[in-house]
Design a protein around this ligand. Structure first.
Ligand SMILES: [Zn+2]
Ligand SMILES: [Zn+2]
Length: 422
């Protein structure tokens, strides 16, 4: 049985319940602070400036792209259901449409630098707001209409798009919002080595930051001797030097904070955390490299980060951990990525051979695969997932194969989408 609507229940005499509007703000009121989520950089904004723009896509305050989807998100009080209750039959996995926890963009205070990590957290006693919303799989929410039966002040989800209530304009499309105030710690890079990046607009960039967030969480759970689920991890996107910049964030799962995130924000504690990640976790994860191309239950995956499993990658997490230690350039050859493409039977080499490519040794400074497809010849060169396209090795490889206009792909993407090579 699924929830059919929202209601606010108050205890009343004789075991009965009184009802009142089940959404805050109530459906009759305009939402003074709608939510905006950028489809490009993934920044989350909740702002009075978005009032009057619900249902529109406007320019993102963070990255500038015309991709900030504005929707009306309200907090439900209680839910009600109709129909006959049935026992759970165990055949399907119960999963909601709710998003991952997010941290809306806010004015940040003083940041402090530990190694090459730039840390910012909430002031003591002023926890940040973590938002989780359910916009019904990108549809902007559920269509709620007031019901005028015995549940006089309830709102029902209306499935029929042609109903009278739709026609009379009495309902609204509303996403469900949950807010929680808790302690948070945002972790960004103070300085990038030249020609390296992990922008929130790219899959690799987001994967790197999510992987780093969950790697830091694993290291923290060992260091503090707590369950990994006591902390949440995620991506925080803000604006710096006129562009969107990604950070990892950790937050306490407990309302008002259990003190873990603020403890880890202390420079000495964060230095220990990073050291644990760069040494202990690196040793464990490197030892399982032969059996784990991306991520598994032995490294980054667990039930609490189910929605991120395809993105998570322990190699990316360790690369970002190195960059948090210091802005030294990352290399592809000789790195932990090499095992994925170097040998004939390695996963990337195998899938490229299946597509019709063969490895051409010493064609360029980067690993190069070339294939003939009918009358055309195609080439793909491999780059490190955190290299920008103006990296000198990429430019050199492209120059050497200028007549073939090679694709430049990372082992990270080719493992997940081999056909990108074509
Ligand atoms: Zn944006
Ligand atoms: Zn693994």
């Amino acid at each position: 049985m699924t929830a059919r609507g929202g209601v606010n229940l108050h205890p009343a005499p004789h075991g009965l319940a009184r009802t009142s509007p089940g959404l805050y703000p109530p459906l009759d009121d305009e939402n003074p602070r709608p939510l905006g989520v950028c489809e490009s950089c993934r920044a989350v904004h909740q702002s009075e400036h978005l009032a009057g723009h619900v249902g529109e896509t406007v320019a993102c305050y963070t990255c500038g792209a015309l991709k900030l989807r504005v929707f009306d998100a309200r907090e439900p009080r209680h839910f009600f259901a109709t129909g006959t209750p049935k026992d759970y039959n165990g055949f399907s996995e119960i999963r909601g449409f709710t998003t991952r926890p997010t941290l809306a963009v806010y004015e940040s205070g003083e940041a402090q630098t530990v190694g090459n990590a730039q840390l910012s957290s909430n002031r003591e006693g002023e926890p940040h707001e973590i938002l989780t919303f359910n916009d019904y799989g990108g549809r902007g929410g559920f269509f709620f209409v007031p019901v005028t039966s015995s549940l006089r002040d309830a709102y029902k989800v209306e499935d029929d798009p042609c109903s009278q209530t739709h026609a009379q304009g009495r309902g609204r499309r509303v996403a469900l919002l949950a807010r929680r105030r808790t302690d948070t710690l945002q972790i960004g890079l103070a300085r990038w080595p030249q020609y390296h990046h992990a922008p929130p607009e790219s899959v690799e960039g987001r994967a790197a930051w999510y992987s780093a967030a969950f790697a830091l969480r694993s290291a923290a759970s060992v260091m503090l001797d707590i369950e990994a689920g006591e902390l949440e991890g995620g991506l925080y996107v803000t604006r710096r030097s006129d562009r969107a910049e990604a950070h990892a964030f950790l937050s306490d799962r407990l309302e008002n904070g259990a003190g873990y995130a603020s403890y880890l924000a202390r420079p000495d504690q964060f230095a220990t955390l990073l050291r644990n990640l760069r040494h202990n976790l690196r040793a464990d994860w490197t030892a399982h490299a032969a059996t784990c191309d991306t991520s598994c239950a032995r490294c980054l995956r667990d039930y609490t980060n189910l929605g991120f499993h395809p993105l998570l990658d322990w190699r990316l997490a360790l690369d970002l951990a190195e960059l948090l230690g210091g802005p030294e350039p990352l290399s592809l050859s000789g790195s932990h990525w090499e095992a994925l493409y170097k040998a004939e039977d390695s996963p990337v080499a195998t899938s490229l051979q299946q597509l019709g490519f063969r490895r051409v040794r010493e064609a360029t400074v980067l690993p190069t695969f070339i294939g003939s497809f009918g009358r055309s010849t195609k080439a793909v060169v491999l780059r490190h997932p955190l290299w920008a396209l103006d990296h000198p090795d990429v430019l050199s490889a492209k120059g050497a194969l200028a007549n073939l206009d090679p694709k430049v792909e990372s082992p990270f993407m080719l493992l997940r989408r081999p056909s990108d090579a074509l």
